[in-house]
Design a protein around this ligand. Structure first.
Ligand code: FES
Length: 136
């Protein structure tokens, strides 16, 4: 199996790897077949609705680590709406492709990102509806 230069670079020097203390949202996803697990932490700029900071922890293959690194790089600084538009094809392009049996690693990283954003949106909507219930 041959990895591209970009995959090796992100695997060997992952960007945004680690934790955020006091995150505004988190997610954890796993693939039951390969057993890989990814966690995403988000800090949100609440006024601008943008991703201020994002970090990941991935227990898994080299491609999963490279995909997590790229997905966090892509999402950082984006609005939540635009970050939800990041898809597998963007990750694959940035990585110069992945072997067919590793394409699911990119899907796992997208799933982790989207789940964390949805977690944040759900929390903020719950808060808003609690507030409006109080007013009524
Ligand atoms: Fe499953 Fe990479 S082999 S996420």
């Amino acid at each position: 199996m041959l990895y591209s230069k970009q995959v090796l670079d992100h695997f060997q020097n992952p960007r945004n790897q680690g934790k955020i203390s006091n995150p505004d949202a988190t997610s954890q996803v796993g693939n039951p077949v390969c057993g890989d697990i990814m966690k995403i932490y988000l800090k949100i700029d609440k006024k601008l609705n943008k991703i201020k900071d994002i970090k990941f922890e991935t227990l898994g293959c080299g491609a999963a680590i490279a995909c997590s690194s790229v997905v966090t790089q892509e999402a950082k600084g984006k609005t939540l709406e635009n970050a939800l538009k990041i898809d597998k094809s963007i990750i694959l392009k940035k990585l110069g492709g992945l072997p067919p049996q590793k394409v699911h690693c990119s899907m796992l990283s997208i799933e982790a990102l989207h789940k964390a954003i949805n977690d944040y949106l759900k929390k903020t909507n719950d808060k808003k509806s609690r507030k409006s219930n109080r007013k009524n």
